[in-house]
Design a protein around this ligand. Structure first.
Ligand code: 5CA
Length: 450
């Protein structure tokens, strides 16, 4: 992509409304534009990262055996009256009437909708286990939308719903989700710690929140520092094997880690003092098991092998996809801008031409562009007639992890410069070698985007 043909409206000044670094950089790097409180337009660069996150979530959900689909955002109030949540949900639910005076709402979550689809089509234990999910816009009329996409009113969420015959099967689904979430966040370059949490309006006794540690996080968290040494890594897991999923859950949840809502000072004090940590965290996901609460209310039953009709055991599982952009930036930036992890970067590499219009430099940049294109890697080529300082500042702000700098002087010696955004280190090498190096780096990070 040529920068001159792209749409990247970067801001020079710090926007005054942004209180935290991720919000500031998302506005400055031309990723989002506020449309009204807590509602954003996703400009091309923001949209590109959002799509990559969405694709990672899809890949990991499908790997775990979950089935993608899509529900409407506007829903009839009747279904929510049936579950008893229409009145209970309160002011966070955006309600409206259609032209026939029927009560409608913009879905803040979708337990009712999924349970309704399930009850219409599934009647037998033979069709279980089943986990359906979607990645769809939600609306919650938050009292205090703030911090950009972190606490929006309109936000993009993956929400999944498992339907199982027994509590044990539903707990397998719970554990499977926990494992798939660990993989998902790690692929995004994040450490998200599962913590015992409170179930709030969703209900149920079993719930974990996934928290990314960051000073600007809205939740206060308490944990045993040993937990931060745990890595899921690239281990292979058989998602159908309950014992394997359970073992991972135990490994990642046996140490003390709780949000303030469930914090227990006495239990915390049993952790050796030098490992007791108090910090702040960003909640990027939450999983729930709530038994038969919704299936009983909505009559979602199946026939057992013995011919009895029983309500199914359910859970729901969410990932804050749009919030993740903010969380990744909070966890990975410096004073010049964003530093994208390789797994989610909008473009794999930036190409900076130090002397636009110089025949040789232009030709070398175009050749690089072609090579990356042939490899299926996305390069953003800054082909503007601007001074080098300005081009570097833009590249640093938008945070592509690798930059290739091309100039007439280097080309005379047959080299370009390859720079790491994270370390700032630069190495000179022939252009073909730089392409090879970039291809190697991304061998494990292939996510399709737009
Ligand atoms: N139905 C369940 C699971 S599907 C549910 O709604 N869970 S939730 O309320 O915990 O939301 C799931 C995730 O969405 C949260 O962990 C959080 O990362 C994200 N989220 C929730 N509210 C907002 C918001 N106002 N802005 C951005 N992301 C949000």
């Amino acid at each position: 992509m040529r920068l001159s043909r792209y749409f990247l409206p970067v801001l020079k000044e710090n926007p005054s409304e942004a209180q935290i670094v991720s919000h500031r950089y998302m506005l400055r790097a031309g990723m989002i534009k506020q449309s009204s409180a807590g509602i954003y337009s996703w400009l091309p660069m923001g949209f590109k990262v959002l799509r990559k996150l969405e694709n990672i979530v899809h890949e990991e959900q499908i790997r775990a055996g979950h089935v993608p689909m899509l529900m409407p955002t506007l829903q009839s109030a009747d279904l929510w009256r049936e579950s008893g949540r229409y009145d209970g949900y309160g002011a966070e639910m955006l309600r409206m009437k259609d032209r026939h005076d029927r009560d409608m709402l913009f879905s803040p979550t979708a337990e009712e909708m999924f349970t309704d689809v399930f009850r219409s089509h599934v009647k037998s234990y033979k069709d279980l286990p089943l986990t359906l999910y979607q990645i769809q816009w939600k609306f919650r009329d938050e009292v205090r939308p703030r911090f950009g996409v972190m606490r929006g009113r309109e936000f993009f969420m993956k929400d999944g719903y498992n339907f199982d015959l027994t509590k044990e099967d539903a707990l397998h689904a719970y554990n499977r989700h926990l494992v798939s979430y660990l993989r998902t966040y790690e692929r995004m370059g994040l450490q998200a710690i599962p913590m015992r949490a409170d179930s709030g309006p969703i209900g149920g006794d079993y719930t974990h929140e996934f928290l990314v540690l960051a000073e600007t996080g809205e939740s206060e968290v308490f944990y045993d520092s040993e937990i931060t040494d745990l890595k899921f890594g690239d281990r292979e897991i058989d998602y159908d094997n309950h014992a394997e999923c359970q073992a991972v859950l135990e490994e990642f949840t046996s140490r003390y880690a709780r949000t303030d809502e469930t914090h227990d000072e006495a239990a915390f004090n049993e952790v050796p003092e030098d490992r007791r940590c108090t910090a702040r965290g960003i909640e990027v996901g939450q999983i729930f098991y709530f038994g038969t609460q919704y299936s009983e209310a909505l009559g979602a039953t199946v026939q057992t092998p013995e011919g009895k009709n029983v309500p199914v055991h359910m859970g729901s599982h969410g990932i804050g996809v749009s919030r993740l952009l903010g969380a990744i930036i909070e966890a990975s930036h410096d004073d010049k801008g964003i530093i994208w992890p390789e797994g989610v970067t909008p473009f794999h590499v930036g190409i900076v031409n130090l002397k636009q219009g110089d025949e040789e430099a232009d030709a070398a940049c175009e050749a690089l562009e072609k090579s990356f294109d042939a490899l299926g890697l996305e390069a953003l080529y800054d082909d503007r007639k601007e001074r080098a300082g300005g081009k570097f500042a833009t590249m640093d702000l938008i945070g592509l992890p690798w930059r290739i700098t091309v100039g007439p002087r280097g080309l005379k010696n047959g080299v370009v410069e390859l720079t790491s955004r994270r370390t700032g280190e630069s190495v000179e090498m022939p252009p073909e070698e730089a392409v090879k190096k970039i291809a190697e780096i991304y061998a494990d990070h292939r996510v399709s985007g737009l």
